[in-house]
Design a protein. Structure first.
Length: 477
C-alpha cells in the first residue's frame, strides 16, 4: 500500500476596508462608476509620488496581531516589476524581504483535536486595476481598484487535505470579519485565494513539483481544485513521472485545472527597493495602541460565551462561527434573559432556516428583537413550543410580528384546567377503545388520545398539563 501525503499552502489576498487608497487620497470603494476614483498616483503617471496611508498600516498590523505574527520594526516597500495591462506603472508596490508581519499561526478544529496552521508571512501591497473582458472581444480597464490596500497572507504547507483548507479559510475569513479590516467578500474580490500543492510519496521519498492554482473565487472551488490536483499528482507518481512546476487555472464548469503558464521565479520580478517611500519606523507604543483597540476575536468570544452564558464548547463554537450570528445571539440573550433558551432557538430554528435557504443571517427577515418577543411567549408558557415554531415560520415568511400572528390566529396556549377538562372528557367519551387499550398496557394509545386533544384545541393545549390530566382521569375512571 502506497502512502501519499498532500501538502497545501495558501496565498490569500485580502482588500482592506480603508477610507482611502494605499498611496493616494482617492476613495477606496467598490462598485463606483469605472475610472472615477483615480488620480495621477494610482494611474501611475510619471512624476506622481506615493504617500503611505496610516490606516492601511494599522489594519495590516491588526491582522498580524490577530494571527499571532511578529511585527517588523520598519516598513520597507519594494517594487515588483512585471508587465500587465492593469498595472500602469509596470511594477506593483509590494514587500519582498521584509514583510510587515512574520510567522504566526491560525488554529483549526479537527475531529482529532486542534491543529496549528503556521503562517510564513503577511505583507502589504497595492491592488492592480481590473480588466473587464466584454462579449464582443474587447477588454476594458477600470482603475478604481488600482492602489487599493491589500494584505497577502502566505501559509506554510501545513494543510494536508481539501477539508483542512476549507476549515482554515473559514476561520481566516471569520477572524478578519470580526476584526473589521475587510468585508472579505469573495464574490466582490475582496478575498482571493491561490493554492500551492504537491504530493509526497512517503515510502519512496519522492515528491512532485508544486503546482499553483490561481484565481479561485469560492471556497468550493478551492476544495474542488485541491481534490483534482491531488489526483493528478498521485497519478504522475504512480506512472513514474512528475508534474511540471507551473501555474494553472481552475475551470469551474468542468472541475478541472488547465495550464496557464510555466511558473515565474521570484527573480523574474526584479524586486528592488521602492525609493519613493521612505522606510517608516513602527514604535512599540503604536503596536500597543492598535492591540488595545482590537475587537474581540472568535476564540475569545467563544471562551466568554462558555463562561458568561454557561454554554458547552460545541454550542459556543457554533454561535461564534460568524460575527453576525454571535452578535445576534448576544442581543437576543440580553433581551430574553435566558441564555440556554436563546441558544436552542438560534442553533436549531434559525440556523436550519439559513441552511435550507442558503442565506446569510442579514438576508433573513428576523431581528433579535422580533425573535425575543416570540420567546417571551414561550418562556411565560403562553404559547407552546410547537406552536411557537409555526409562528416563527410565519414571521419569516410574512415579516409580521409574533404578537400579530398569535393574536390574529388566537394561538395562546390553553392552560385553563376547566377548559382542558371539558375537552379531555369529550375525548375519553368518544374513544373508549383507546382508553381500554391504555388500561391494558398499550402505551401507544395515550399518544393517540393526546393527538385527539391537540386536534380539538387546534394545537393550543398545554401539552404537559393535558397529559397529566388525561392520565389522572383515566385512572379514576
Ligand atoms: Zn489615486
Ligand atoms: Mn500579491
Amino acid at each position: 500500500m502506497m502512502s501519499y501525503k498532500t501538502l497545501v499552502g495558501l496565498e490569500i489576498h485580502v482588500e482592506l476596508m480603508t477610507e482611502r487608497k494605499m498611496f493616494c487620497n482617492c476613495k477606496n470603494e467598490f462598485g463606483a462608476m469605472p475610472n472615477t476614483n483615480v488620480c495621477p498616483v494610482c494611474l501611475g503617471l510619471p512624476g506622481a509620488l506615493p504617500v503611505m496611508d496610516k490606516e492601511a498600516v494599522e489594519y495590516a498590523i491588526m491582522a498580524g496581531l490577530a494571527f499571532n505574527c511578529e511585527i517588523e520594526k520598519t516598513i520597507i516597500m519594494d517594487r515588483k516589476s512585471y508587465f500587465y495591462p492593469d498595472l500602469t506603472k509596470g511594477y506593483q508596490i509590494s514587500q519582498s524581504d521584509f514583510p510587515l508581519c512574520k510567522g504566526g499561526f491560525l488554529e483549526i478544529d479537527l475531529d482529532e483535536g486542534p491543529k496549528k496552521i503556521r503562517l510564513e508571512r503577511i505583507h502589504i501591497e497595492e491592488d492592480t486595476g481590473k480588466q473587464i473582458h466584454t462579449e464582443n472581444g474587447t477588454t476594458l480597464l477600470d482603475f478604481n481598484r488600482s492602489g487599493v490596500p491589500l494584505i497577502e497572507i502566505v501559509t506554510k504547507p501545513d494543510i494536508n487535505s481539501s477539508e483542512e483548507a476549507r476549515l482554515f479559510l473559514e476561520k481566516l475569513k471569520n477572524t478578519i470579519k470580526y476584526l473589521g479590516v475587510s468585508d472579505v467578500k469573495m464574490e466582490e474580490g475582496s478575498l482571493r485565494c491561490d493554492v500551492n500543492i504537491n504530493v509526497i510519496d512517503e515510502e519512496r521519498n519522492i515528491r512532485t513539483n508544486i503546482s499553483e492554482i490561481k484565481n479561485l473565487n469560492s471556497f468550493k472551488s478551492v476544495v474542488k481544485a485541491i481534490e483534482y490536483e491531488q489526483k493528478r499528482h498521485i497519478e504522475a507518481l504512480e506512472n513514474g513521472s512528475n508534474t511540471d512546476k507551473e501555474t494553472r487555472r481552475f475551470n469551474e464548469l468542468t472541475g478541472e485545472t488547465i495550464l496557464m503558464r510555466k511558473k515565474f521565479q521570484a527573480s523574474d520580478y526584479r524586486y528592488q527597493f521602492e525609493a519613493d517611500l521612505t522606510p517608516i519606523e513602527i514604535k512599540e507604543e503604536w503596536i500597543n495602541e492598535i492591540r488595545t483597540a482590537m475587537p474581540e476575536l472568535p476564540d475569545q468570544k467563544k471562551r466568554r460565551f462558555m463562561k458568561d452564558y454557561k454554554l458547552n464548547e460545541y454550542d459556543a463554537s457554533i454561535l461564534t462561527q460568524s460575527k453576525e450570528l454571535s452578535f445576534f445571539y448576544e442581543e437576543l440573550t440580553d433581551l430574553v434573559n435566558d441564555a440556554k433558551l436563546a441558544a436552542n432557538w438560534v442553533m436549531t430554528d434559525v440556523l436550519r432556516r439559513l441552511k435550507e435557504e442558503d442565506k446569510e443571517l442579514s438576508q433573513l427577515n428576523l431581528t433579535p428583537k422580533a425573535l425575543a418577543e416570540l420567546l417571551d411567549y414561550v418562556k411565560s408558557g403562553k404559547v407552546n413550543n410547537n406552536t411557537a415554531k409555526k409562528v416563527l415560520r410565519e414571521m419569516l415568511e410574512t415579516g409580521e410580528s409574533a404578537k400579530n400572528i398569535i393574536d390574529k390566529q388566537g394561538l395562546i396556549q390553553i392552560n385553563d384546567e376547566e377548559e382542558l377538562s371539558r375537552v379531555i372528557d369529550e375525548v375519553i367519551k368518544d374513544n373508549q377503545q383507546s382508553v381500554e387499550d391504555f388500561k391494558n398496557g398499550k402505551d401507544r394509545a395515550l399518544g393517540y388520545l393526546m393527538g385527539q386533544i391537540m386536534k380539538k384545541t387546534k394545537g393550543k393545549a398545554n401539552p404537559n398539563t393535558a397529559n397529566k390530566m388525561l392520565i389522572d382521569k383515566i385512572n379514576k375512571n
